[in-house]
Design a protein around this ligand. Sequence first.
Ligand SMILES: [Cu+2]
Length: 132
Amino acid sequence: MNKLNLFLFLLMYSALAFSSPEVYFISPKNGEVVNSPVTIKFGLKNYGIAPAGINFPETGHHHLLVNLTELPDLKSSIPADENHIHFGKGQTETFLELKPGEYSFQLLLGDWMHVPHNPPILSEKIKIIVKD
Ligand SMILES: [Cu+2]
């Protein structure tokens, strides 16, 4: 490796090492009024997706938190119920049948055992309205 290549390698490596993971909603957007079924698309930067059960560094799978007032315990497995939806096959989008009303959504990445990372990789909380 010549000096220029070594320099570029170090530059790219440090850019990767210092970019923190980010999880976010591609759609819907905060405040959006939508029809049911609602298409929800998950975005993830600077991190990888792996299905539940696959232990690979710097990966995880999505969890959709619906209408939660408090986050689940970030040190243990994320519960699985209608308010904590797991995407353990590595899905990056879903369709939800929802009754009309206001909903809050938040994304939380979990590791191969469904435990949030440290520090947690958590999206902004968005609110949407499902039309009649
Ligand atoms: Cu999970």
